[in-house]
Structure formats: C-alpha cells, structure tokens
Design a protein. Sequence first.
Length: 145
Amino acid sequence: MYRTLFRASSIAAAAGTLLAAGTASAAGHAPRQAPAPGQWRQVTANGLENFADIGLVRGLDGVLHVLWTSGSTGKYRISDTAVQANGTVGRATTIASGFFTATFPDAAATPGGLRVFWNGAASQNPGSPQGTYQASRPLRGGSWH
C-alpha cells in the first residue's frame, strides 16, 4: 500500500512540474509531439507568477485543457493549452483578455460543456466589474465564449 501511495504522489509531483515548468513559451507555437518517456514539455508561458495557478478539465473529446493566467496589470488574459490523450501539446489559445487582474482559473465539465471560472477585475476604475468570470465551450470541442 505504501509503495502505491509513493508512486501516486510521485506521479502527481511530476505532473505538477510538467504543467508549471517555465523554460519556453507555449503561446503561438505549433503543436508539439508527445515527449518520450522521461522527457517534459512546457504548456504555459515563461515567467508566470505563483498566482497563475493552473486549472484542469477534460472534455468528451479526450483533450485535457490546462488553464492559466498571464500578463501584467491591465493586460491579463486567461489561456488554454490543449494536451491530447497521447500527450501531444497543442497551441495555447486565449479564452479571455484585457483584464486589469485575472487569477486562479479553474474549470468543470458539465452536461452543457466545459466551463472555466476565474477571479478578476475589468479595470481599476471605481464601480468597474470585478468578481468571478466565466467562459464556456462545447464538450466535444469548439471555441471558448
């Protein structure tokens, strides 16, 4: 039992390292082949702050969506990097952009589709919308809205 727990925790730690590693920008690159055993692929942009905590959700198409924030004050965006079931890392796509702040994206698969939620503020102006935002897309693929 302890060996199984150790393996599970090792796999979880390795997955976290894969998703949070910062060595090359994922945005704008063509899909990359799945890494060979013992190799890693970066799925987020370089230099992310610790509040760029990732969210994960898998659609019925088998694609794992890695959701993350990037940018700087007034220019934050929420992005999605698709990872195919075979490990191929796709292009990062922008779900939403232009936020004064955006943090902690997370997601859920619902009968109606994938839903992404994040905290944010539209601007620094008094009375500007702030709180939890959402975007969605169909379970079997398609664009974020």
